[in-house]
Design a protein around this ligand. Structure first.
Ligand SMILES: Nc1ncnc2c1ncn2[C@@H]1O[C@H](COP(=O)(O)OP(=O)(O)OP(=O)(O)O)[C@@H](O)[C@H]1O
Length: 300
């Protein structure tokens, strides 16, 4: 059938090695995270541990389920890409990485299609990765469809899902994370000392997820929380101006330019910041950094 056709392409050698203890894979993921992702120490530490342990486990008891939260442009999609490029040789281009955008895929809320999509992909290749963008716009019926796959079931219709990775992205709770980070900054603390437990951030996020009347369908997370299907809730902090500066410098490298610190300064100075008085954080994070940068470049 349809999935047999895909079997031709699915070989384990699509995977980068995590398996042997001398594998340098772990440090590759670590190096990449520390080099590429700015200002997200909580996400870096949590993702590094969770993904490394999961990938080294030949027989995980359940799939790995991560939920990323935070304001716009702070690296939620980007870290998913970093994870993918350290698991699969061709990264996001791998046939085993599947990105689901709520409004785009299955607009008619076809539960059966979603079910077959996940089931087919995982039976074809157990170490598949599913990224659900804009989770807060996902229809509750589709979320219900996902549940059996996330649980520690031994199998669903003869297929084990325990080696799959599910990543949920949303801005749900982003304003809480932003407020906590701002308060922490105002008290003169070092950003790197902020932890999930600091200032009751985790508790506040959970409360909000349970009572989220602002998201399109409300309560999108409550059933997932109730059943403990999500392994890690990971907050992404608003980025400070200096992090956006780092993003501009990185973008210069991508464009094969020599890095110009002062030019990066001017680009950053153009971007909206908040709060009004203190001007600490970038409103859009590192989003649109490239577009801003090219406006400062001449065409010769
Ligand atoms: N913390 C970061 N470190 C380095 N680059 C970043 C970071 N955050 C964002 N970027 C850059 O900005 C681009 C946009 O970020 P990304 O798509 O990850 O935002 P997001 O948090 O997923 O936002 P949204 O919720 O709006 O989808 C990334 O492709 C990356 O180039």
């Amino acid at each position: 059938g349809f999935w047999d056709f895909f079997n031709v392409f699915s070989k384990d050698d699509d995977l980068l090695s995590f398996n042997s203890s001398e594998s340098n894979m772990l440090s590759d993921l670590e190096k990449d995270l520390r080099k590429s992702l700015f200002g997200q120490h909580i996400a870096v530490d949590t993702v590094l541990k969770a993904v490394s342990w999961f990938m080294k486990d030949p027989d995980p008891p359940k799939p790995l389920v991560l939920s990323f939260h935070g304001p716009t442009g702070v690296g939620k999609n980007y870290i998913s890409k970093i994870i993918a490029r350290n698991i699969y040789k061709v990264g996001l281009k791998s046939n085993h990485v599947h990105i689901f955008i709520s409004d785009y895929h299955f607009p008619h809320k076809e539960e059966l299609q979603l079910r077959q999509w996940i089931h087919g992909n995982v039976s074809n290749f157990p170490r598949s990765m599913f990224i659900f963008d804009e989770m807060d716009r996902m229809h509750p019926r589709l979320i219900d469809t996902l549940k059996p796959f996330l649980d520690n079931n031994d199998n669903v219709d003869g297929v084990s899902f325990n080696k799959a990775i599910f990543i949920f992205l949303s801005q749900t709770g982003g304003h809480i994370i932003t407020n906590v980070t701002l308060d922490f900054w105002r008290k003169g603390n070092n950003r790197e000392e902020l932890q999930l437990q600091s200032e009751e951030m985790e508790t506040q996020i959970f409360e909000y997820l349970f009572n989220d009347e602002n998201s399109m369908y409300g309560l999108w997370h409550s059933s997932l929380i109730n059943q403990h299907l999500i392994d890690h809730y990971i907050p992404f902090l608003p980025l400070e101006v200096k992090h956006v500066h780092q993003c501009v410098m990185a973008e210069m490298l991508h464009l094969n330019m020599t890095q110009d610190y002062d030019l990066a300064d001017r680009v950053v100075r153009d971007m909206p910041v908040f709060p009004e008085e203190e001007k600490v954080f970038a409103v859009k994070g590192c989003r649109c950094v490239r577009q801003k940068l090219v406006l400062y470049l001449s065409l010769d």
